[in-house]
Ligand binder design. Structure first.
Ligand code: ZN
Length: 263
């Protein structure tokens, strides 16, 4: 994987203002981050034709981007539960064409982890052989949920969560939890540790912090340890999606712990 870089909205804007842009980025951030807003701000800045700092907010391109009707900003979002091959093919068709109003097309793939493996393999072709100056932005809660071949061909930008989400108390809690988990902690022990996490927002922040923690561990791990950490990240991701679907917080966390221990 290419070097990770902590990204903030500011950094993304700076990137957009620069001359050298890569053709594929993964924008990773927990549920506490607004990846879509970041991606849109990036696209807007890249397309901006105004003078001075970009985005200027006043040029035609900026105004179109603000209204969500810029011809050269494309969205790929899930249809039902996943992003299918046909959807990726439609996007590729557009990417092979010329941009309408600017120098390049920017494709934003929201919830990229929803792409089926087949969809990802299909998209991989475009990432390997980019068309024109086009840029693909893959938004995901967790880059590890994407195929390794995709991960290795994109620049990973990690959006940091709002300061109170993945820092402070939740980061500490996540660190304790991860440590107990690695040390073979029993269910009741882990469950008691996160007993105070009963609200949806707290659960989101805890899962974000835990995912960040596990991802950090992933970098140092190899072989079987790596596979197991990926599995744990998956469990946390699944719990997060459950919360997103309105699952009861206690139930989601309990299920997650049981799954983590069951592997
Ligand atoms: Zn502008």
């Amino acid at each position: 994987m290419r070097p990770r870089s902590a990204a903030s909205l500011g950094r993304l804007a700076a990137l957009a203002a620069g001359e050298r842009l890569f053709h594929a980025y993964i924008l990773e951030g927990g549920r506490g981050t607004d990846k879509l807003r970041a991606a849109e701000a990036f696209a807007k800045a890249v397309h901006c034709t105004g003078e001075g700092p970009r985005p200027c907010g006043g040029c035609l391109s900026c105004r179109k981007a603000e209204h969500g009707n810029h011809e050269d900003i494309l969205y790929l979002t899930r249809d039902g539960n996943s992003i299918g091959v046909k959807q990726v093919e439609d996007l590729q068709l557009r990417l092979r064409g010329k941009p309408f109003a600017s120098a390049r097309i920017i494709a934003i793939v929201d919830e990229a982890e929803r792409m089926t493996p087949q969809s990802q393999n299909k998209l991989l072709k475009t990432i390997e052989e980019p068309c024109g100056n086009n840029i693909i932005l893959l938004l995901t809660v967790n880059a590890a949920l994407l195929l390794k071949t995709i991960q290795s061909r994109c620049i990973l930008l990690r959006l940091t969560a709002a300061p109170d989400a993945a820092s402070g108390a939740f980061a500490e809690l996540a660190a304790d939890f991860a440590e107990k988990l690695a040390g073979g902690g029993a269910y009741h022990e882990l469950s008691r540790l996160v007993g105070t996490v009963t609200e949806r927002d707290a659960a989101d922040a805890f899962l974000d912090a835990l995912t960040l923690r596990l991802r950090d561990a992933l970098i140092a791990a190899d072989g079987a340890a790596r596979a197991d950490i990926l599995r744990l990240i998956d469990c946390a991701g699944e719990a997060g999606r459950g919360l997103g679907l309105g699952l009861n917080v206690k139930y989601a966390i309990k299920t997650m712990i049981l799954k983590m221990l069951g592997g």
